[in-house]
Design a protein. Structure first.
Length: 345
């Protein structure tokens, strides 16, 4: 969640993102960065830089390496560099420089992926990184790119050169042709992979539909309707067994959809049986559960460690844990202000 264009909260928060297994989240701040455990909420690490901010941060599960890009009013690092920070040594151990601003970074144990405005550059994750691949993309100001963290699957997904398309590349076998997925008619706004890398979820800048695809062949498996009105989708995440996805939008709502064995959980219009003669809208699959974020603030969401729970992290510094039932009933279980915590809390 990049907050720089909308950083009006005055709390110093610039960026927020979950780690690969959604057990932690990291925050880029005007004066450094922080790392939190998701459930239970606990501040795990705080690094204060007196001389600058971090506009992008990427964790690697719970290990000591983090990728940082400078940001904010007084960036700690140049915006055209990726800095790999070793939190045990408390210093930068790898530096990658580019001709243009870095829009995003992704890590896995053997790769560093730098996202530029119209290119993706892939490096080995070694003391002296070697550039392995370059992929062209359409204009990608949001830095959209996801890499499978699973050691048995080396898939990388990113916007293709055509509007609304996603390219899925196997980094372990680049001789194989990429899978080209025509996901949307409009520009992409959010993409997400499940943990094994077998499913890809996408949303366009219109934000009314979320589509789920098979990454092996690009087949569309599900089309899910968030709503009738346009919205910005800030976050899509799968649960651990890929049977559910949660979605956050700028309407201040968190939606939960069923996508695998029990798609009948999702709600349908009472007119769905007449789908052959009515517009597609009436045959849509709707979320079976939804929560309203009280503050309405920009947010990201992920499934919690407790069954049927969702963690929501908001730009105003608020943290929510929601619980839901298989029938879609929901309630707020925990509320906190994470920016006011210390590592002793």
């Amino acid at each position: 969640m990049n907050l720089v264009p909308q950083a009006t909260q005055g709390n110093g928060l610039l960026f927020c993102n979950f780690n690969q297994d959604q057990g932690c989240f990291a925050c880029g701040m005007e004066n450094g960065f922080r790392v939190y455990n998701c459930d239970p909420l606990k501040e795990k690490e705080r690094q204060d830089f007196g001389d600058g901010g971090v506009g992008h941060i990427e964790m690697l599960f719970r290990c000591n390496y983090l990728a940082l890009v400078g940001g904010g009013k007084n960036p700690k690092f140049p915006s055209n560099k990726v800095m790999v920070w070793d939190d045990l040594k408390k210093k930068v151990v790898i530096e990658l420089a580019f001709d243009n601003d870095v829009k995003g970074v992704r890590l896995r144990r053997d790769r560093i992926v730098a996202v530029l405005l119209d290119k993706i550059k892939v490096f080995s994750f070694t003391h002296t990184p070697q550039m392995l691949h370059i992929f062209d993309t359409t204009q990608n100001p949001r830095g959209l790119c996801v890499i499978c963290p699973n050691s048995n699957n080396s898939l990388l997904a990113f916007p293709g050169e055509k509007t609304g398309h996603v390219q899925v590349v196997d980094l372990a076998n680049t001789e194989r042709s990429p899978v080209d997925i025509a996901a949307h008619d409009n520009n992409l706004f959010c993409i997400s992979l499940n943990l094994p890398g077998t499913r890809l979820a996408t949303a366009s800048e219109k934000g009314t539909l979320i589509r789920v695809f098979d990454t092996n062949n690009g087949t569309q498996l599900h089309e899910l309707r968030r709503g009738a009105n346009a919205a910005h989708i800030y976050c899509i995440n799968f649960n651990t067994d890929s049977s559910l996805i949660c979605v956050s939008s700028d309407h201040g709502t968190i939606h939960i959809f069923s996508i695998e064995d029990q798609p009948s959980k999702n709600k349908e219009s009472t007119l769905a049986t007449a789908r052959s003669v009515l517009p597609k809208y009436f045959s849509s699959k709707w979320s079976f559960s939804r929560f309203q974020v009280p503050s309405g603030s920009q947010s990201i969401c992920a499934f919690g460690s407790e069954k049927n729970s969702v963690i929501t992290i908001c730009a105003d510094g608020s943290y929510y844990k929601f619980l839901f039932t298989p029938k879609g009933e929901c309630n707020r279980d925990v509320y906190a202000q994470f920016l006011r915590m210390t590592d002793g809390d």
